[in-house]
Each structure stands twice: as C-alpha cells, then as structure tokens.
Write a protein that binds this ligand. Structure first.
Ligand code: GDP
Ligand code: MG
Length: 168
C-alpha cells in the first residue's frame, strides 16, 4: 500500500498554543511550558483516513514567528495549514489575515483550517464568536474551536485537513 505523507504547517502569533497542539496531537501530552526540542523540525502521527494510511508531519517553529523570521524551508512543500489564534489574545486574531497571506505566498492555496484555541478560557474571551465566524467565511475555510489543554477538538483539526488533502 502507498502511504500518503502530508506536511502541515501551523502558523499564528507566539503563545497561541501551536507547539502545545503539535505535542498534544503527536504525543498525547500537555505542559505549561513546552519548549521545542532542539534539532527536531516536526512531529508526526499516523492515522487512517478514508481507508488510506496517512502520515501527518506537523511542523513546528522555534519561536521565530515572534520576530517574523520563519524561513522558507518551514513552508516548503506544505500541503495543509492551520491558522491559529487564541481566545484570550486579540492581536493573535487580528494577525490571522497576514498569516494567511504569508502561507498563500509561499505555498499557494492549500487546505486550511482556522483554529480558535484556548476555549477553556472562554470567560476571558476577547473575540466575539460572530467575528470568528465571519473571518472563517471570508477566508473560505472551516473554523474549529479547540482547547489543547482539555483535548477538545484537536483530533478534528487534523482529521479534517487529512480528508481535505485526500479529496484533492
Ligand atoms: P506557541 O508559541 O504558539 O507555540 O504556544 P505554546 O504551545 O508554547 O503555548 C503557549 C502557552 O499557552 C503555554 O503556557 C501553554 O501551556 C498554553 N496553552 C496552550 N494551549 C492552551 C489551551 O488550550 N488552554 C490554555 N488555558 N492554555 C493553553
Ligand atoms: Mg511554539
């Protein structure tokens, strides 16, 4: 059987929970201070999707996003994208459009999902649910609300991207 490998890039401002999401999905763990393992570009997880074996390679950054210094190598060959913002960080929501432009610039149009993380902190939300819905419609991609901390909807994000890629 052919195994399908999909490179997924996870972008968004610092501290929205990108590294935590990758760690949660690939290792099943959550910590308060996740530091990228030096020398590792991505973590991977194998799933079955529509009867196919799919290997998802989730690419992490080492915090370069805060300096707008993500390299071309990070984006190269990416076939799917997570645009992530945090429920409690308004700037991270406002930055989504520019992240989307960067990805489109480097990768063209690839299956993308908009992720609102940290919904366990909904009582401290600085993003109106309708605004998030509007943004996802403007971007033409699905909005998923996740809590990496409480493991809500994380699997759905990557399952959705895998099936979108298989459908292409
Ligand atoms: P990154 O800079 O986007 O990679 O963000 P990190 O994964 O380093 O996470 C930043 C902080 O947010 C860490 O303290 C995480 O533990 C925390 N965090 C990540 N996801 C969640 C979540 O769903 N809920 C809450 N409450 N905290 C989270
Ligand atoms: Mg990180």
């Amino acid at each position: 059987d052919l195994e399908i490998a999909i490179k997924v890039v996870i972008v968004g401002n610092g501290a929205v929970g990108k590294s935590s999401m990758i760690q949660r999905y690939c290792k099943g763990t959550f910590t308060k201070d996740y530091k990228k393992t030096i020398g590792v570009d991505f973590l991977e997880r194998q799933i079955e999707c529509e009867g196919e074996d799919v290997r998802l390679m989730l690419w992490d950054t080492a915090g370069q996003e805060e300096f707008d210094a993500i390299t071309k190598a990070y984006y190269r060959g990416a076939q799917a994208c997570v645009l992530a913002f945090s429920t409690t960080d308004r700037d991270s929501f406002d930055a989504i459009h520019s992240w989307e432009l960067k990805v489109e610039d480097e990768c063209g149009e690839i299956p993308t999902v908009l992720v609102q993380n940290k919904i366990d902190l909904m009582d401290q939300s600085v993003v109106d649910p309708e605004e998030a819905d509007l943004l996802s419609r403007a971007l033409g991609c699905r909005l998923l609300r996740t809590s990496v901390k409480e493991d809500v909807n994380v699997n759905t994000v990557f399952r959705h991207l895998a099936s979108r890629c298989l459908a292409e």
